[in-house]
Write a protein that binds this ligand. Structure first.
Ligand SMILES: Nc1ncnc2c1ncn2[C@@H]1O[C@H](COP(=O)(O)OP(=O)(O)O)[C@@H](O)[C@H]1O
Ligand SMILES: [Mg+2]
Length: 141
């Protein structure tokens, strides 16, 4: 595992942006971390790295927001309100695990089903009001 220490929302966004630079089609990114840890902030970076300029807002109520104007299509999902894998399937969200572009999923811990080969998990831990510890598998994506 690799670790990145973020000291500001901008750090977290820049980390996401760099991380997205070489992202391949068909990639699924699962984000875990408490409310306010910076998952959505990280997604803003991913979007910027894909060349998406529309604002990134939390899809907590919409469940999924799709952005199609970047280098690759980005689907931004949030499983916060999902109670189980069954509920995720019933909501019709399972297909986002096989994207043609990139799927980023907040609250990935709600999902207990199979994961695709091109899956990357990122954990964000809040250490102080401004410090976050971001751990990820360093696969060189
Ligand atoms: N180092 C940091 N990285 C990310 N967010 C931070 C950081 N320090 C403070 N914050 C604040 O924490 C909040 C993170 O919110 P958000 O990204 O919506 O979290 P989540 O999606 O995990 O609930 C924002 O208000 C942001 O300004
Ligand atoms: Mg969020």
């Amino acid at each position: 595992m690799a670790t990145f220490i973020s000291n500001s929302p901008e750090d977290t966004m820049a980390f996401g942006r760099d991380w997205a630079a070489n992202i391949a089609p068909g990639t699924v990114i699962g984000l875990a971390g408490d409310l306010g840890s910076g998952k959505t902030q990280f997604v803003k970076g991913i979007a910027a790295g894909l060349g998406i300029s529309t604002p990134i807002t939390s899809p907590t109520f919409a469940l999924v927001i799709e952005h199609n104007e970047g280098r690759l299509p980005l689907a931004h999902l949030d499983f916060y309100r999902m109670q189980s894998s069954d509920e995720i399937i019933r909501a019709g969200l399972e297909s986002y695990f096989q994207p043609t572009g990139v799927s980023v999923i907040e609250w990935i811990d709600r999902w207990h089903g199979p994961l695709p080969t091109q899956f990357h998990r990122i954990d964000i831990i809040t250490h102080s009001p401004t410090e976050r510890r971001i751990t990820y598998e360093d696969v060189g994506h």
